[in-house]
Design a protein around this ligand. Sequence first.
Ligand code: HEC
Length: 142
Amino acid sequence: MHNTKFTITGITIVVLAIVFACQPKLSIKTAQYATNGQKLYITHCQNCHGAKGDGLGTLYPPLTDTAYLSKNRAKLPRIIKYGMNETILVGGHEYTGPMPPLPSLTEIDIAYILTYVTTKFGQDTEIYSEQEVRKGLSIPTK
Ligand code: HEC
């Protein structure tokens, strides 16, 4: 049944098109990254940052501060892989951490997650590529 493969691909594209119909500017590739990223987000991030990325009180910062996300875009892969323990200002509130590291996530996992976060909670329409993740991880910490 070699047609099954095409049917599944067809169904996947239709589902993606429906899921991201509210964001028509996303390319199919970006939408696929975001869909994969959503699954990883639910497993690894949602407990703290919430299903809608709105954080939790004064403990966990929201991921909806587009100014913070775009200003710190290059740092995002490191925050995920190595965690964070600083005083930061997000959405007008101070957070002091810590966020635990997630060393088991691969570069492509992080690209999926960051595409989901920056397109779903932020306003980006561009993919967060694996290459951009690799570059971000290679920037030395202060
Ligand atoms: C155990 C709770 C926890 C988990 C799990 C967690 N975070 Fe965080 N995250 C935090 C805390 C706390 C901070 C603030 C860190 C600081 O102030 O140094 C933070 C900060 C951030 C920031 C920078 C500030 C902001 O709000 O934009 C980003 C981006 C982020 N987390 C994304 C993620 C992503 C993506 C995941 C999943 C891969 C994740 N976090 C998993 C608790 C968590």
